[in-house]
Ligand binder design. Sequence first.
Ligand code: FAD
Length: 110
Amino acid sequence: PPDVAELGRATWTFLHTTAAYYPATATPAQQTSMRAFIAALGDFYPCSWCATDFREKMRQAGGVRDVDVSGRDGLEKWFCDRHNEVNRKLGKQVFDCRKVGERWRDGPDD
Ligand code: FAD
């Protein structure tokens, strides 16, 4: 099986960075594509219990149709909230979602 922690760090880096560089105002086609991308993440994420949980949390948050894919701010917030749900489940510190731009767009690397 994959190294779940390594896979998680790499995936969150990819997801938060993708959200940080998503258009400020997404076109309808970009929004459709992003919804499909998020749904596919739930279908194919290669840690099966992580994927099951992700789909369940997404369902609780209103389903993929309810994800705010209108622009960068909303998408950053959505991924930050999902990541914080996993943080809570694993007993990790909850991240301040106001700092997501600083961490993943303009901030220094860590
Ligand atoms: P990570 O949690 O990987 O975080 C990396 C960096 O992201 C942090 O150093 C911090 O700078 C930043 N960060 C932290 N929180 C946020 C936030 N809310 N928003 C923005 N940036 C943030 N692991 C399991 O054991 N069980 C699971 O069920 C599980 N489900 C997962 C589901 C998904 C969709 C993903 C992508 C990962 C999942 N993981 C799961 C992996 C888990 O979330 C962590 O990636 C892994 O435990 C390594 O944690 P870490 O402490 O190195 O930092």
